[in-house]
Write a protein that binds this ligand. Structure first.
Ligand SMILES: Nc1nc(=O)c2c([nH]1)NC[C@@H]1CN(c3ccc(C(=O)N[C@@H](CCC(=O)O)C(=O)O)cc3)CN21
Ligand SMILES: CC(C)C(=O)C(=O)O
Ligand SMILES: [Mg+2]
Length: 278
C-alpha cells in the first residue's frame, strides 16, 4: 500500500459547480450575480476563487487576446484552446463560451455542430449566441440537443457593420422589439438573456417580461447579473473605455512599473543577486 494512502480521511470538499438552474434562483430570489470574461488559466482561477459566478470565454478574445480590431475575425479553432484553459482552471464558476461569427448563422445544424465542439473539445458548460427572435429556431434545436444557450441581444458586436457601428440599441419604440426578441428566445429555451448597450428602462422592461435571468453590459442596474470584459474592469487595457466600464484596478500601470524595474535591475547588474544564483 502506498504511504500516501488517505484511507479514513474524508476527501476535501469540492466547491459545488454553479449550474444554469442556480442562476434562475438568483432571479427568483431577487439577488444579483457577477460575470466576467476570462481567456486563460490565471484570470480564470482568480475570478473563480473570488466568487464570480459566471465566466465568459468571449469572442472579445478577438480584440483582447489576438489583437484584432473587432470580434469578427476570431475562429472556432482560436476559441477552443482558450475555453479549454478556462474550463480546466475553474471549480465553481459556470463556464459560458461565445459562438464566434460564422459558426452558427447558416443553420440550426451548424449552431449545434459548433456548440458540440465547444462543449466536447473545450469543456464549456453553455454557449452564448448573438441575435434576436430570428434565431429562435436555432435556440430550440440547440436546447433539444442538450446545449444550454444564453441569448445575447441589443448591441451585438458581430453585427457591427449591419448595425452601423458601436451604438446603443433599443431606444424609443425599438425597446418593444427588444422585449419581443427576449420573449421569443426564452420561449425557445434560452436559460438567460444578455443585453448589451441598451437604455436602462428598456433592459428593465425586458427583465420584467421574461422569467429567466437577464445580464447587462451597459444596460443599467435592473438586470439579474452584470458582465464586463476583465481587462477593462482591471485596467489592463489602455485607451478609451466605453461608458459602461468601471475600472477597479490599474493593472496596466502596475505591470509597466514591474517591467521597467526589472529592466533597470538587469541593466545595472542588480538582478540576479547572489540569492538568485547557484
Ligand atoms: N475590451 C473590450 N471591452 C468590451 O466591452 C468589448 C470588447 N472589448 N470587444 C467586443 C465588444 C465590443 N464592445 C464595445 C466596444 C466599444 C463600445 C463603445 O465604444 N461604446 C461607446 C458608444 C456608445 C454610444 O453612445 O452609442 C460608449 O461610449 O460606450 C461599445 C461596446 C463590447 N465588447
Ligand atoms: C462583452 C461580452 C458580453 C461578450 O460578448 C464578449 O466579451 O465577447
Ligand atoms: Mg461576445
Amino acid at each position: 500500500m502506498p504511504h500516501t494512502s488517505t484511507a479514513g480521511t474524508p476527501a476535501p470538499q469540492a466547491a459545488a459547480r454553479i449550474r444554469t438552474h442556480h442562476l434562475q434562483q438568483f432571479k427568483d430570489s431577487g439577488t444579483r450575480f457577477a460575470m466576467l470574461t476570462a481567456y486563460e488559466q490565471y484570470a480564470a482561477q482568480i475570478f473563480d476563487e473570488a466568487g464570480i459566478e459566471v465566466l465568459l470565454v468571449g469572442d472579445s478574445a478577438s480584440n483582447n487576446v489576438y489583437g484584432n480590431e473587432s470580434s469578427l475575425p476570431v475562429t472556432m479553432d482560436e476559441m477552443i484552446p482558450l475555453c479549454r484553459a478556462v474550463a480546466r482552471s475553474t471549480r465553481r464558476a459556470l463556464v459560458v463560451v461565445d459562438l464566434p461569427f460564422g459558426s452558427y448563422e447558416a443553420s440550426p445544424a451548424l449552431a449545434i455542430e459548433s456548440s458540440v465542439r465547444l462543449m466536447k473539445e473545450a469543456g464549456a458548460h453553455a454557449v452564448k449566441m448573438e441575435g434576436g427572435a430570428f434565431y429562435a429556431d436555432h435556440v430550440r434545436a440547440m436546447v433539444q440537443a442538450g446545449i444550454p444557450v444564453m441569448a445575447h441581444i441589443g448591441f451585438t458586436p458581430q453585427s457591427e457593420h449591419a448595425l452601423g457601428g458601436y451604438r446603443v440599441q433599443g431606444r424609443g419604440d425599438d425597446s418593444l422589439r427588444l422585449v419581443e426578441d427576449a420573449v421569443a428566445l426564452e420561449s425557445a429555451g434560452a436559460f438567460a438573456v444578455l443585453m448589451e448597450m441598451v437604455p436602462a428602462a428598456a433592459a428593465s422592461a425586458v427583465d420584467k417580461a421574461v422569467r429567466v435571468p437577464t445580464i447587462g453590459i451597459g444596460a443599467g442596474n435592473a438586470t439579474t447579473g452584470q458582465v464586463l470584459v476583465w481587462q477593462d474592469m482591471a485596467g489592463l487595457r489602455g485607451g478609451r473605455m466605453a461608458r459602461f466600464v468601471k475600472q477597479y484596478a490599474d493593472l496596466r500601470t502596475e505591470l509597466a512599473r514591474a517591467a521597467e524595474a526589472y529592466a533597470d535591475d538587469v541593466r545595472s547588474g542588480a538582478f540576479p543577486a547572489p540569492e538568485h544564483s547557484f
